[in-house]
Design a protein around this ligand. Structure first.
Ligand SMILES: Nc1ncnc2c1ncn2[C@@H]1O[C@H](COP(=O)(O)OP(=O)(O)OP(=O)(O)O)[C@@H](O)[C@H]1O
Length: 361
């Protein structure tokens, strides 16, 4: 059986109470998503043992807290890395010394993460001789992440690691986080209230509302559920896990198989059969009744309307099924005028015109 992070926490704090239980796969990135004050940081602190809620906390075979057995491991005995919004580095010691500090916190025989690999993955080789005090916010955060990883954690806790960064630094650091996700086998619990960040990074999403778990599941499903707030965001999108099928040399295109269909993308520099994760924004999908063979749009996918949700007075959000598996889902944001003019309705077969596809990793 695959490893699982099994959490159950109950805590009362005056106006706020936390009462949440969930089991998430202990691999990839699990995002704790929800509005400010819903309890995301509190959950992370409970996992770290910094907060003592009633309940239990287990990672695979390891039990860090179990009230029934009277067990509560203190924070320093839990193999976790913690990355905060503001990196807590030694400002006037070199980056190299800061990293060494992380590495020396555990005995040599317990080290499973390679210094050179982490330095390479986070692109911090040119910074090793400098002091954090002189680095940009994004550079400091990359160093803080490297230091957390060098403690060879079994679980990495990240609390809004990009929240203090400006838009440009955020954009610069995201690809590094995506690389970590692809290269390291360390599961991550990632707190964020930014739906765009969650869509880019998460494999699994836990949606928290007022201290309760509203819903949890694989990111592709959670992002396209019309009953959840993620699908109603301006940046709402579908995630599809695909594989390279073939390259078309003549036109410089690559065919990628996704659940229930295939997409033509601008040529990707990857081998046939390599995995590709793509993201398709709801605003980039329109609906046609017939296959518009005369259109310049490259990707027109047969789809079935599953459901519709009104967005304000003029727009509607349409959930589309592509193929027959639950993973083959798309969102389309169209005008209410078009919805009515084309007499669209759930169950109907249509053609989804996909104007843009972003390759995620
Ligand atoms: N030390 C504290 N003492 C009392 N109440 C607190 C304390 N820390 C947090 N809270 C309250 O507990 C609730 C949950 O806070 P928490 O920080 O976990 O939320 P969050 O979802 O992480 O929010 P944000 O996204 O703003 O960081 C909030 O109502 C907050 O006001």
């Amino acid at each position: 059986m695959a490893d699982v992070l099994d959490l159950a926490f109950r805590l009362d704090r005056g106006d706020f109470s936390l009462d949440l239980a969930c089991r998430v796969p202990a691999r990839g990135v699990s995002a704790l998503f929800g509005r400010s004050g819903c309890g995301k940081t509190t959950v992370l602190r409970c996992v770290a043992g910094l907060e003592r809620a009633a309940g239990h906390c287990r990672l695979a075979e390891a039990c860090w807290q179990d009230d029934a057995g009277g067990r509560f491991l203190p924070t320093h005995r839990r193999p976790i890395g913690y990355v905060f919004q503001e990196p807590s580095l030694f400002p006037h010691r070199s980056v190299r010394a800061n990293l060494d500090y992380g590495r020396r916190r555990i005995p040599a025989r317990a080290r499973r993460v390679d210094l050179d690999e982490v330095v390479e993955l986070l692109g911090i080789a040119p910074l090793l001789g400098r002091d954090p005090a002189g680095l940009s916010g994004g550079e400091r955060q990359r160093v803080a992440i490297a230091r957390a990883l060098l403690t060879s954690p079994r679980l990495l806790l990240m609390d809004e690691p990009l929240a203090a960064l400006d838009h440009t630094s955020k954009r610069d650091i995201l690809p590094y986080l995506e690389r970590l996700h692809d290269h390291l086998q360390i599961p991550v619990l990632y707190v964020s209230h930014d739906p765009d960040e969650v869509a880019r990074l998460a494999d699994h999403i836990l949606l928290i509302e007022a201290g309760r778990l509203r819903a949890a599941g694989p990111a592709p499903q959670m992002l396209t559920r019309l009953d959840l707030p993620l699908a109603r965001e301006e940046t709402a999108s579908a995630l599809l896990n695909g594989r390279v099928r073939a390259h078309d040399q003549r036109y410089g295109l690559t065919r990628v198989a996704i659940p229930g269909a295939s997409l033509m993308l601008e040529r990707l520099d990857r081998a046939v059969d390599a995995p590709v994760r793509v993201r398709i924004h709801a605003r980039d999908v329109s609906i046609a009744l017939d296959d518009p063979g005369t259109s310049s749009i490259l990707n027109v996918l047969p789809a079935r309307i599953v459901e519709m949700h009104p967005l304000g007075a003029s727009q509607v959000l349409v959930g589309l099924a592509v193929g027959t598996t639950p993973e083959g889902r798309l969102l389309a944001r169209i005008t209410r005028h078009s919805w009515e003019r084309l007499r669209l309705h759930p169950g109907q077969q249509v053609h989804a015109q996909v104007k843009a596809v972003a390759v995620m990793d």
